[in-house]
Write a protein of this length. Structure first.
Length: 133
């Protein structure tokens, strides 16, 4: 069995959701992500699910740095860092994953922690082990 999956969830129905973040107004300022499929600033899980990977839309050599906080019902579940969310990261198991999630309402907040080439909007792709519907 692949260690990158939650053994309690059947494999084969993975879903990718893109969370979009507008450019922050300043460093270390929260920006709440928007689910590009639903247009909402949150997503709900009615059953357990797992995030098996996240992919940020900038290359490994990019100088801006970001922190992404996954929150459930207003409580921090996990912080993710842009250095570990690159498309170039080798798999099949990624650092910090799977992230097993319980039912509830989730939001993802982004903070840009290093300016690099300036304050910028980001997209973060979340790969769920099973469909959200």
């Amino acid at each position: 069995m692949n260690e990158g999956y939650n053994k309690d969830i059947p494999k084969g129905a993975e879903e990718v959701r893109v969370i979009s973040f507008s450019a922050p107004s300043a460093l270390n300022t929260d920006v709440v992500g928007t689910d590009s499929q639903t247009g909402e600033s949150f997503f709900n899980l009615a059953t357990i699910n797992s995030i098996i990977r996240v992919i940020e839309d900038q290359t490994q050599t990019a100088t801006p740095k970001y922190t992404y906080r996954i929150e459930r019902d207003g409580y921090l579940i996990r912080s993710l860092y842009s250095d570990l969310a690159k498309a170039e990261s080798p798999g099949p198991v990624y650092p910090g994953f799977p992230l097993n999630l319980s039912p509830g309402q989730y939001q993802i907040r982004m903070q840009q922690t290093v300016t690099g080439t300036g304050l910028a909007a980001r997209n973060l792709s979340l790969v769920f082990q099973k469909s959200l519907v």
